[in-house]
Design a protein around this ligand. Structure first.
Ligand code: NAD
Length: 492
């Protein structure tokens, strides 16, 4: 895949070129090599995929659930066989380390496994004799053609928070990957093609805003899942709703981690570093603010500074590397600028990751781990999603103040606490305003059988991805009241 790959769309069970001459380079962020050119598909390509999906829906929704999951079982096996190849692809186009990419592929597979339980997960319920001789039952039926619009930071996993559930429930599907990282999805679609889904059940359209708007404006698309930045999440939620669609839109984050004085400091520092610098800080669950309470300050700060300084940064394909590059040169410049602004606002830079030059990868988009101390509440470093390997340190004197700081943020994706105290942990998980909570955990990523939650400006909608929420989102309820008068009975 180092050669310029041909990046195609997939509609109606066939690979097809986009109807455009607009292309964008896909760049390996560590080496700066161009790996392919992604087509920026216009509306006509979206409409073709939607037509194929709509045609396939007519018969796919009638396939019994226990048969619909058979291609998912085959897809699981194909994903297991392709595990390392997919992990390498993620590392090459997105920059994360091989181990991080392996974790991503594992979560893709886990979502396929959970969705394979659809014959029981999508059952309805019923009541006999709601009035004498009348029964009432609730059936779940698929919604129709659904689509996902995905971000760059998990090129394979994010679409799988939705796709397996959507098709297992009898819907047909369209994936619009991030134009920055379209290559892993090409590989996954080869596996989807081999798994034996009927043509049109799962389709792929590459592109950017034009393709997204075409999805939002196509009246045949009934439901849209989005994951990405908050301004785009808000826009998509509004436009999808205005067009009468279901929508679930996950946005950005600024995730605080509180460290109480009774925490195991070695563990708290090690895990917070993994949270802040893992995937070069480009996780929506990256811890980006560490709030120390009371005497936790000094020891935590010294330990995390040591870890940040010793992090091995480089090309993720090298197994020794602990942190890869950020996604683009523009992203690197933006992160470096935000570090500079933080300094101007009065934060003290304890470890400065700007100007990183990695031998052999001088053109790569690297920022080394960065730690800024004495970050002021309300300052840019305290409130802006930097989406890079930058950890801000704040300090307060009580757990109440710390929880107050957590809840003052506009986002609500994740909040974590390190402590030895059960009552403190209970207070925190009760009061913290965030959808994913970690207690002595630094990346509180829900398993596939839990919803990937998110509150406040981190989520627009009500039903989340994964698990039972996904089943709710991808089915519509039909309630049937039924009477069969006794007089109509034949004698048997
Ligand atoms: P992004 O919002 O720039 O792009 C996401 C998708 O939206 C892409 O497919 C892109 O083509 C499309 N898009 C971008 N601008 C658009 C526009 N103006 N109109 C229509 N479509 C548009 O996000 P990104 O940079 O790819 O991803 C990083 C962001 O995603 C971060 O903010 C991160 O926190 C967030 N994220 C959130 C979660 C979560 O679960 N809450 C998970 C992963 C990433």
């Amino acid at each position: 895949m180092d050669d310029n790959a041909d990046i195609l769309n997939y509609a109606g069970g066939k690979w097809c070129s986009a109807s455009t001459d607009k292309y964008q380079d896909v760049v390996n962020p560590a080496t700066a090599a161009v790996m392919g050119k992604v087509p920026l598909s216009p509306a006509v390509d979206v409409d073709r995929a939607v037509e194929a999906a709509a045609a396939a829906f007519v018969s796919w929704r009638k396939v019994p659930a226990c048969e619909r999951i058979q291609p998912l079982f085959r897809l699981k096996n194909l994903l297991e066989d392709g595990f390392e190849d997919l992990a390498r692809s993620i590392t090459m186009e997105c920059g994360k380390t091989l181990d991080e990419s392996r974790g991503e592929v594992r979560r893709i597979i886990e979502n396929v496994e959970v969705a394979s339980g659809i014959p029981i997960l999508m059952q309805g319920y019923n009541s006999e004799d709601i009035a004498q001789g009348i029964d009432e039952m609730m059936w779940r039926q698929p919604v129709g053609v659904c689509a996902v619009i995905a971000p760059f930071n998990f090129p394979g996993m994010v679409p799988f928070w939705f796709l397996p559930y959507a098709v297992a429930c009898g819907n047909t599907y369209i994936v619009k990957p991030s134009e920055k990282v379209p290559l892993t999805m090409q590989k996954i679609f080869h596996l989807i093609a081999a798994a034996g889904f009927p043509g049109g059940v799962i389709n792929l359209v590459n592109g950017a805003k034009e393709a997204v708007d075409a999805i939002l404006d196509n009246s045949t698309v009934r439901a849209v899942s989005f994951v990405g930045s908050t301004p785009v999440a808000k826009y998509i939620y509004g436009r999808a709703a205005a067009n009468g669609k279901r929508a679930q839109c996950q946005g950005g984050a600024k995730n605080p981690i509180i460290i109480l004085p009774d925490a195991d400091m070695e563990m708290a520092a090690r895990i917070t570093a993994d949270s802040a610098f893992g995937c070069a800080g480009q996780r929506c669950l990256a811890g980006s603010l560490a709030i120390t309470v009371g005497s936790a300050r000094g020891e935590f700060r010294d330990r995390i500074v040591d870890i940040a300084e010793s992090r091995v940064v480089g090309y993720g394909l090298d197994e020794k590397v602990q942190m890869g590059p950020v996604i683009t040169q523009q992203s690197k410049s933006r992160i470096e600028e935000l570090i500079g602004q933080g300094k101007k606002e009065g934060a003290k830079i304890l470890v400065d990751g700007r100007g990183a030059l990695i031998p052999g990868y001088e053109k790569g988009s690297f920022v080394r781990p960065t730690i800024m101390d004495a970050v002021k509440p309300g300052s840019g470093t305290a409130v802006t999603e930097i989406f890079g390997p930058v950890l801000g340190l704040m300090h307060v004197e009580s757990i109440d103040e710390a929880i107050g700081l957590v809840n003052s943020g506009k986002y609500g994706n994740m909040a974590c606490l390190f402590t030895n105290s059960g009552p403190a942990a209970r207070k925190f998980r009760y009061e913290a305003e965030a959808g994913n909570i970690g207690i002595n955990i630094g990346i509180a990523a829900p398993m596939a059988f839990f919803p990937f939650s998110g509150w406040k400006e981190s989520f627009f909608g009500d039903l989340h991805g994964q698990g039972l929420d996904a089943v709710e989102f991808f089915t519509q309820k039909k309630v049937v009241a039924e009477r069969w008068p006794k007089e109509w009975s034949r004698k048997f």
